[in-house]
Design a protein around this ligand. Structure first.
Ligand SMILES: Nc1ncnc2c1ncn2[C@@H]1O[C@H](COP(=O)(O)OP(=O)(O)OP(=O)(O)O)[C@@H](O)[C@H]1O
Ligand SMILES: [Mg+2]
Length: 139
């Protein structure tokens, strides 16, 4: 079965990327993995057990995002796996795609930082360069 990774950051265009992944899954029966990459030094420098309270705070937003994504998919009858990963977003998503042998990555053209009038954000732009598979940029 086709395997799709959709990368979400809580922005409007990442919602649109999620919609597209759900659409593809309903049309072609694809398996969808939804990932949010958590940036931040605290997260990378410590183990969960060492900083349980800070960890819980750091994970609040990603958990909420991923739960909402799962809910949306469920409402459309699509099973969606969710994953929060720590690291640099583009590199982490590309690595995950390699590990999971994904057929496709879906991202928004811009994300939460869409302030300037650049067409591509740094995460989507970098992924276009380093993705190990087809990448779909939604706008
Ligand atoms: N931390 C993240 N985890 C998962 N996906 C992400 C993450 N950040 C961005 N994305 C994905 O990449 C898309 C483009 O976001 P990107 O961060 O490249 O643009 P931006 O926020 O507008 O600009 P900037 O480069 O300043 O961050 C988003 O719509 C989302 O699909
Ligand atoms: Mg961004």
């Amino acid at each position: 079965m086709k395997k799709i990774i959709v990368a979400v950051d809580g922005s409007e265009l990442s919602d649109k990327a999620l919609d597209r992944a759900i659409f593809e899954a309903t049309r072609h029966g694809a398996e969808v993995l939804c990932v949010n990459v958590v940036e931040g030094l605290t997260f990378l420098a410590y183990k969960r057990e060492e900083i349980p309270d800070a960890w819980e705070r750091l994970m609040r937003e990603p958990n909420k995002l991923l739960a909402e994504a799962a809910q949306k998919a469920e409402a459309a009858g699509v099973r969606l796996r969710t994953l929060a990963e720590a690291g640099r977003p583009a590199e982490t998503i590309a690595k995950l795609a390699r590990q999971e042998k994904a057929d496709e990555i879906i991202v928004g053209s811009r994300g939460k930082n869409a302030l300037d009038n650049m067409l591509l954000g740094s995460v989507s732009g970098r992924l276009v360069q380093i993705a190990p598979c087809t990448i779909v940029v939604v706008r």
